[in-house]
Ligand binder design. Structure first.
Ligand code: TPP
Length: 393
């Protein structure tokens, strides 16, 4: 058991510079860590208690979530390479930040994700085939967000921080904050990246959430890169200080430590549920893959950097720990088989999809009939008919 944390800082997570000494847990310059990169549990004065109840079975559950998320993500990346998906934004390397934080949520909490939160979608119980439909362009992502309290992914960077702030105000007005009823009190989470913190919408969301103490958690996965722009170019100060500037309690966590991510989210949720207002969380992690399948990261970052983070793989860390507390090889073997089946199911589902009727693009623009849309639809129908076989190419 390690009792002091000196291993959380990395050359890359520190590139935004730290102007204050790390005065330990509770200080915003501290990076909360409950599992070291070498798989040892770490004691933290503030956050350990939030994760003490996670026994071996619970930790195996977190590992399973991460392993299956990774397998699905890898399969989707391959499917894009085979021409089955239009695009895929991999979450490789960010599984701990996503799974750990999402496992702390209650069913009634509502999530506004961006495009890379496949691990959160998995934990919320979203049918992952929906994500394939979305990134294949087969459907427009219009699922019932209330079914799992998980919204359709936002591609307009940062805009959903405003939606989250508004939703949080709605929760307040519904009286679902601070009642003390575990099944009633609700919170809302906006997941976004380091680059998104440069968008006005994120700042505006934080202004409003702070001003009215809305139950909103701003969960920033600092994966070091906004496409080809490093986090260091986006901010003169550590991102965690952004939250403080708005008067929002803020915490930086090792985003590759699934236990710590669970613990900081649990604390933030308790604050939100009880009427204590918003929290800003900076989860320091790394995008191990490309930004999307349209990106080539070798153009802007070094092999050494990638290797540095490969050594901090969130799955390897928890696996080492599990092995040290008695999880046997049979657990990992069975999980591998389950993951293979998940990958196979995703592949066969995707390949069997039919081509949508092109006219269906007009179907969900508005919930009710709209004269402009009907004119557009009629024009498109005539256009299609102008081709010999009735299909535009
Ligand atoms: C408003 C807006 N501006 C620009 C873009 C183009 N764009 C897509 S992803 C991205 C980078 C986002 O980086 P970050 O917020 O760090 O998230 P990450 O992709 O690393 O998860 C940009 C600029 C966009 N989608 N929306």
């Amino acid at each position: 058991m390690i009792t002091t944390d000196t291993s959380g800082a990395t050359p890359y997570s520190d590139t935004v510079g730290s102007h204050h000494p790390d005065t330990g847990s509770g200080s915003p310059d501290h990076t909360v860590q409950l599992l070291s990169p070498t798989g040892e549990r770490i004691t933290d004065a503030v956050y350990s208690a939030r994760a003490d109840h996670l026994d071996r079975a619970a930790l195996e559950g977190l590992y399973r979530d991460m392993a299956l998320t990774r397998r699905f993500d890898t399969e989707a990346t391959s499917l894009q390479r085979q021409g089955e998906l239009g695009l895929w934004p991999p979450c490789l390397g960010q599984e701990a930040a996503q799974v750990g934080s999402a496992r702390a949520l209650r069913p009634q909490d509502f999530v506004f994700p961006s495009y890379r939160e496949h691990g959160v979608a998995w934990v919320r119980g979203v049918d992952m085939r929906q994500l394939l439909l979305l990134y294949r362009g087969r459907e427009h992502g219009g699922w019932d967000a209330r079914a799992h309290n998980y919204n359709v992914p936002t591609l307009v960077i940062g805009s959903h921080a405003l939606h989250a702030a508004g939703y949080g105000m709605g929760i307040q007005r519904d009286g679902d904050v601070g009642t003390g009823d575990r099944d009633r009190d609700r919170a809302v989470v906006a997941y976004f990246g380091d680059g998104a913190t440069s968008q006005g919408d994120v700042s505006e969301g934080m202004v409003f959430a702070a001003a009215v103490s809305a139950p909103v958690i701003f969960f920033c996965q600092n994966n070091q890169w906004a496409i080809s722009v490093p986090a260091a170019k986006q901010s003169r100060i550590p991102l965690v200080h952004r939250g403080e500037g708005f008067g929002i309690p803020s915490v930086r966590v090792d985003g590759n430590d699934v236990i710590a991510c669970y613990a900081v989210m649990a604390e933030a949720l308790e604050r939100a549920h009880s009427g204590g207002g918003p929290t800003f969380i900076e989860a320091v992690t790394y995008r191990m893959g490309a930004h999307t399948t349209s990106d080539d990261p070798t153009r802007y970052r070094s092999r050494a950097e990638e290797e540095h983070w490969r050594q901090r793989d969130p799955l390897a860390r928890l696996r080492t720990h599990l092995e040290s507390i008695g999880t046997g090889e049979d657990f990992f073997t069975a999980l591998e088989a389950e993951a293979e089946q998940l990958g196979e199911d995703a592949r066969s589902y995707c390949r069997a999809l039919d081509k949508p009727d092109a006219e269906s693009m007009f179907d969900h623009v508005y919930a009710t009939p709209h004269s402009q849309i009907e004119r557009d639809r009629a024009w498109f129908r005539d256009y299609q008919a102008s081709f010999e076989d009735g299909v535009a190419r």
